[in-house]
Design a protein around this ligand. Structure first.
Ligand code: NAP
Length: 452
């Protein structure tokens, strides 16, 4: 009998899981359920638009989608349009690959003031996510502060600092291009709570900051001085060693009078976001680095405070997984509790990607991760441990149920129609694509082809 598997989420983890399942020697049908009308998750809505080579991983996803047995059901909100119980009835196995859908809070006063944003909101906005259009980032201010020292923080800083020649050929939305180019930003400040040897960003991304046409990178050399434990860590931590080298190079470079300044600060933590009715400043405390548990380095506040005037703050301290109704959830780790992808206490239920291991790693990390999960699933299928609640349920049953509930799903052909339209709009302007950014536009593009 054909094994029917639902993969929930169409980002890298979902696609790698689907691909590995379809490559297995099982007779299998994979339905990929996605809340949005478009696939690829953070490859479409997270990866920075000036990184087209990273976005090109989508070609591998297209090859997976072309395999027999694959079906895309876009515009289907699992938890609402179809519940977990529905999936358990309709499929032999369910793989949750829903990522980490919200941001980690800073938990400091003033965090909710207007002008304090999650970096992920800006990212989703400039990438054309239909739920984030219409957000009004006030970029008329002179100074922005970005909290956190990961790759998302660097993406946000770089995107805000791109020159017209750098941003115009990308698939950044037109609204974001105009807002960024018209912004009054003179300085963007990154706040890292630990030292340069503990920064989470990777060296190629760091180097890019130093190559921007319109922005100088400034660092106070005293903030690059390393304590003995950090110095010692450089021996075995290649990324940290390279980061420190690049940062020292930046610190040695005089400002060349470019339009914008990117200031990188280390060993400082925000303690409050200040302002009357909107962000006017951020108060920070200087940290000292102390040896932490397990050989790590921890930041400890010194009591020495400083206030940085700024008009906008982007909090970029990591993503957080969100609980799905009816699916086990570990609120402490913000992941689905699992053993190598098998969801604890829920036979036939699996997870992959950020909702399985937390928001870490690069796109490729999800391949190994999803492979591990699918290997368990295949093992369980071979051992006869998988059963769909309704043995009669077929691919048609799913469509009938969606129709009965008034859910108009977007098929893969519908997505291809969106894709063709976006690429055509982009081609005229020498851009990879010009995205459709509203639910209505996406749905009507998908419908037009369905009708033709
Ligand atoms: P991340 O890499 O986990 O970085 C989070 C940063 O926030 C760390 O520097 C962390 O410092 C800091 N932080 C956490 N809590 C804080 C607090 N309360 N106060 C101040 N700072 C705090 O997260 P991310 O940047 O969101 O990236 C998520 C994943 O996507 C990462 O694996 C990243 O590499 C990947 N990504 C890759 C690319 C790319 O390859 N180009 C682009 C974007 C994202 P501590 O280290 O001290 O905790």
């Amino acid at each position: 009998m054909t094994l029917r598997v639902a993969v929930v989420g169409s980002g890298p983890a979902g696609f790698y899981a689907a691909g590995h399942l379809l490559d297995s020697d099982l007779e299998v049908e994979v339905d990929m359920l996605e809340r949005l009308p478009t696939p690829w998750g953070l490859v479409r809505f997270g990866v920075a638009p000036d990184h087209p080579k990273i976005k090109a991983v989508s070609r591998a996803f297209e090859r997976i989608a072309a395999q027999p047995g694959y079906r895309f059901l876009g515009g289907v909100d699992v938890g609402k349009d179809l519940t977990h119980d529905d999936l358990a009835r309709l499929y032999d196995a369910v793989v949750y690959a829903v990522g980490a859908q919200t941001d980690r809070p800073l938990a400091i006063p003033g965090e909710d003031l207007p002008g304090s944003w999650a970096a992920t909101e800006l990212v989703a906005w400039y990438n054309g996510h239909p739920d984030y259009q219409g957000l009004e980032f006030d970029l008329s201010v002179e100074r922005a502060v970005v909290v956190g020292a990961g790759n998302v923080a660097l993406d946000v800083i770089r995107m805000l600092a791109l020159s017209p020649e750098e941003i115009r050929p990308t698939d950044t939305t037109d609204e974001a291009i105009e807002a960024i180019l018209g912004s009054g930003l003179k300085e963007i400040v990154l706040l890292a709570r630990r030292g340069p040897a503990q920064a989470a960003f990777t060296t190629p991304e760091l180097k890019e900051l130093g190559e921007l046409a319109d922005a100088d990178v400034l660092i106070d050399p005293s903030e690059l001085e390393l304590d003995p434990a950090s110095e010692a860590s450089l021996e075995h931590d290649t990324n940290a060693r390279r980061n420190v080298e690049v940062l020292r190079g930046f610190a040695a470079r005089p400002a060349s009078g470019k339009r914008r300044m990117i200031r990188l600060r280390f060993a400082v933590s925000p303690v409050a976001i200040l302002g009357e009715g909107r962000v006017e400043a951020i108060e920070i405390v200087r940290n000292r680095l102390v040896a932490g548990a397990g050989g790590g380095v921890r930041a400890e506040p010194t009591g020495e405070h400083e206030t940085i005037p700024c008009g906008i703050v982007f909090r970029s301290v990591g993503y957080l997984g969100v609980e799905l109704p009816g699916v086990p959830f570990d609120a402490g780790r913000a992941t689905i509790p699992n053993d190598a992808g098998r969801v604890a206490g829920a036979p036939g239920v699996y997870c992959a990607g950020w909702i399985k291991r937390g928001p870490s790693g690069v796109i490729g990390t999800n391949k190994k991760d999803a492979t591990e999960t699918v290997d368990r699933l295949v093992e369980d299928a071979r051992a006869g441990r998988l059963h769909r609640g309704d043995p009669e349920a077929t691919a048609d049953t799913v469509e009938e149920l969606l129709e009965a509930r008034g859910v108009e799903h977007v098929t893969y052909e519908g997505w291809e129609a969106i894709d063709v339209e976006e690429r055509a709009r982009g081609e005229a302007q020498g851009r990879p694509r010009v995205k459709l950014v509203t639910w209505d536009d996406l749905r009507s593009a998908a419908r037009r082809i369905a009708a033709s």
